[in-house]
Write a protein that binds this ligand. Structure first.
Ligand code: 5GP
Length: 175
């Protein structure tokens, strides 16, 4: 159990279960990308631990790069868009695997996907550790999903509450 500020979090997914599932996802990726050299595009900050553990289980050659998203940009008329920041590599012609911590409404990954697709990658797949199907508002194809979870706030293993709690080997859930 962890208390951060006003909130208490209880055990949810153990470190062991996370690592077992990551091994399974890595095996799928190793098979799907045999003969290719994908570019892992890691969405900071939340996906840093997932991406590190996934990358260590990949036996195919791969490159790794990182991006952040801005808070929402745009006006009422243009719609709100999360803008990609910090991606210096060209993704044109590359086989991209976007690595995210959690898909909630799907807005963030939808915006990232659209902006990457506009740069003409050879392919684009998404690997997310967690997915909340009940919260999804923007349809999105997810090729690699670690765990489908209930629509509850989770913490740990990269995911924060107010900047804190990212550094646990387990995932916890709000009590
Ligand atoms: P979406 O755009 O899919 O609604 O939200 C995705 C982002 O919201 C994630 O990358 C993450 O930063 C944050 N988020 C969504 N659900 C949770 C949650 O249960 N716990 C934490 N810590 N962050 C979440």
């Amino acid at each position: 159990m962890i208390t951060i500020k006003d909130k208490t979090f209880v055990p949810f997914i153990t470190a062991e279960a996370i690592q077992t599932r990551i091994q399974e996802l890595a095996e799928q990726i190793n098979q799907a990308y045999a003969g290719k050299t994908p570019l892992m595009v890691v969405v900071l900050n939340g996906a840093f631990l997932f991406a590190a553990d996934l990358a260590k289980q990949l036996t195919i050659p791969c490159e790794i790069t990182f991006l952040r998203v801005s808070s929402y940009k745009g006006t009422e008329s243009t719609g709100q868009l999360k803008e990609i920041l910090g991606l210096t590599e060209s993704v044109a012609g590359r086989d991209l695997i976007v690595v995210e911590d959690i898909v909630d409404t799907g807005k963030t990954l939808g915006d990232i996907r659209d902006q990457l697709q506009a740069q003409s990658p050879a392919s684009l797949a998404i690997a997310t550790l967690l997915f909340k199907p009940e919260a999804l508002r923007n349809p999105i194809d997810l090729q690699y999903v670690g765990f489908e979870i209930e629509n509850k706030f989770v913490l740990g293993y990269g995911l924060d509450y107010d900047g804190l709690g990212r550094n646990t080997p387990d995932i916890l859930v709000l009590e």
